[in-house]
Design a protein around this ligand. Structure first.
Ligand code: ADP
Length: 390
């Protein structure tokens, strides 16, 4: 019986798999797979757990290459199921370009079209497309579907998507696309189910993970975001700079003699928390470090996030709730505390104890704006979208 949906989320250093069983009440998680430590010099590692987090497989990979890691994950999957039970495979694809508002069935032609968007998401796009390309060759009969991080933001008004450049660049597709859309859809679905009062209002969601961005939504629709043409804009991130005066890029070219690839490396891989602290890109490490540059990196991160939250709130015409999500948003109480301190003038107040415990509502009873912590589940969102299209 065909009742399984496989989700593949392949990034630069990891491949995540999630296997769901379609049940009458919805999707239930059967297994999760993670191949990590990829793309570097060392050895990758693969771990598979069941729906209750019990380990089913934990082994070192012979190398840090992506393709053998994906093969090993699929081999494990085959040992559980010969593939005949799969309804479809859903892939996370960061960039869908200006037109794609919905998931799409992956044919070789669509794969080629999406590969052309690589310059707009150099850290992600090719990694996202490698597993479906491999699967298309190995299992041409499988239904494969791409779910996009940009699609959710295509509901934004033109003014929110436009740069103040001559119009011809806008018509060429030089737009604010926005990213992390699958995460925001997952949060919107949560709000609709658990807090319909807030879902109907003006909500700013802060997705603070290795990548970080904000989305302003109203009635579950994206109206504004902090990320732009690429996933470099907006908030400072683990290794990305976030908003930067484009004059800095001109300065680096003219006065430091840097070329495009070198600047790309600087802005995508050597900036953000890592660049400012000189210690780590990992928020947990920075919060535990007693070093001054670590504290300064966290301070800048929180200051920028708060400024951008106010900007996005203006873009959506109000602020009825702030939702924190992803690794830092869900776990780093000190970061939420610093960001919300900057937002005190908007009437944002945290409850210290609730915040320290990562409770669902971390604002105090007298806060004008409720502040929530909600776990994002991009894989479940991909599974839901994949099943809907399949
Ligand atoms: P990705 O974007 O790769 O999915 P995550 O959403 O897992 O990333 O977020 C990774 C970030 O979350 C890292 O900076 C990590 O240090 C941070 N993080 C995870 N757990 C904690 C914690 N308990 N306290 C502070 N930061 C945390």
């Amino acid at each position: 019986m065909r009742d399984l949906v496989l989700v593949v989320n392949a990034g630069s250093s990891s491949i995540k798999l999630a296997l769901y069983r379609v049940e009458r009440r919805g999707l239930s998680l059967e297994a999760r797979g993670l191949a990590e430590g990829l793309g570097g010099k060392g050895q990758g590692r693969i771990r598979i757990t069941d729906g209750h987090d019990a380990t089913l497989l934990d082994e070192a990979l012979p190398s840090a290459e992506h393709a053998p890691a994906m093969d090993r994950l699929l081999q494990w999957l085959d040992s559980q199921d010969d593939g005949s039970g799969l309804v479809a495979v859903g892939h996370r694809v960061v960039h869908g370009g200006p037109e794609r508002r919905e998931p799409v069935v992956l044919s070789p032609a669509v794969l080629n079209e999406l590969a052309l968007l690589e310059p707009l998401a150099p850290l992600h796009q090719m990694h996202n497309l490698a597993p479906p390309a491999r699967l298309t060759e190995a299992r041409p009969e499988l239904l494969q579907i791409a779910c996009f991080d940009t699609a959710f933001h295509r509901t934004q008004p033109a003014v929110a998507q436009q740069f103040a450049l001559p119009r011809r660049y806008t018509s060429q597709g030089v737009l604010r696309y926005g990213f992390h859309g699958l995460s925001y859809q997952s949060i919107a679905a949560w709000l609709r189910r658990h807090r319909p009062d807030l879902h109907a209002g003006h909500v700013v969601v802060a997705h603070l993970g290795n990548g970080a961005s904000l989305c302003g939504m109203r009635a579950g629709r994206s109206l504004a975001t902090s990320m732009g043409f690429t996933a470099l804009d907006g908030l400072p991130m683990g290794t990305r700079c976030g908003s930067l005066d484009p004059g800095v890029v001109l300065y680096l070219m003219d006065h430091e003699g840097m070329g495009p690839r070198e600047i790309e490396d600087l802005l995508y891989r050597r900036s953000g928390l890592l660049g400012v602290s000189g210690i780590s890109q990992d928020m947990r490490e920075l919060l535990q470090s007693g070093e001054k540059p670590a504290a300064e990196a966290v301070e800048l991160y929180c200051y920028r996030a708060a400024r951008e939250i106010a900007s996005v709130a203006t873009g959506i015409g109000g602020l009825d709730a702030v939702v924190f999500t992803a690794g830092i948003g869900e776990n780093a109480a000190a970061v939420r505390e610093q960001i919300c301190r900057h937002l005190a003038w908007l009437g944002v107040r945290l409850d210290r104890t609730a915040n320290a415990e990562n409770a669902q509502t971390v604002s105090s009873a007298d806060s004008r704006v409720p502040v929530l912590v909600v776990a994002t589940d991009e894989e479940a969102e991909i599974a839901r979208q994949t099943l809907a299209l399949a």
